[in-house]
Write a protein that binds this ligand. Sequence first.
Ligand code: NDP
Length: 242
Amino acid sequence: MKCALVTGGSRGIGRAICIKLAAMDYYVLVNYKANEEEAEKTMSLLRGKGGNGELLKFDVGNKAQVTQVLGGWIEKNAESNIEVLVNNAGVKDDVLLMWMKDEQWDTVINTSLNGFFYVTKLVLQNMLMQKYGRIINIVSLSGLKGLPGQTNYSAAKGGVIAATKALAQEVGRRNITVNAVAPGFIKTDMTEGLDEKQLRSLIPVSRFGEPEEVAHAVGFFASAESAYITGEVLSINGGMYS
Ligand code: NDP
């Protein structure tokens, strides 16, 4: 069975990516941390479009949970291949560095950067054996240019961008590509508190993006035809200079 794993697939960008990959005939493993109701909603939307998949609940930043739940799934489903991995789970907790608490630094770094490491390391073993894989990391404009009030988030996403470029060079020979997608302002729960009308003036396209517009780019990187594109970071931000 051809599988795709999307971390943080219960809401927002991750949900749109799950639906996109299901449309590409992947059996989608929808990971989430806590929000079961929303995860079920992703699954029913995906099934409504003729796709299929299952839910996998684990915290990407918790190595023991990743090993137990994802490692357990891989062991039990030895005949299935996770061909596509989308490291999408992420959180932000914005505050100026001088007021940042240790937990705010740790949670944001742990989810995006350590989560990337724990999940990718597990999934990569089989991709290496199969000599095929597509890894797509959801980063951010913040990780490219740095944004004030987001030193934790910029560091986490900047770290994943550098890891994308390094890993792409390690595994290219095995027909595994590793790319990143860097969204700007996308309409999800994460940007709910932001004033689109006020921020519009910063965006050449003059609006926030839709999750489906990010999913479209992920589908491009996930396709077999994108075999000669690796180590790239694609901005999806309505033309904001980065
Ligand atoms: P949302 O806040 O809408 O959704 C976050 C998703 O991540 C949820 O599915 C949530 O699961 C999951 N999640 C959070 N922490 C963990 C964890 N520790 N383990 C597993 N799953 C977790 O976010 P977006 O859809 O907006 O963002 C998706 C990605 O895109 C993130 O990496 C974000 O940094 C990035 N991004 C978003 C931008 C935007 O404008 N929205 C801009 C640039 C980048 P649950 O439902 O269970 O809580």
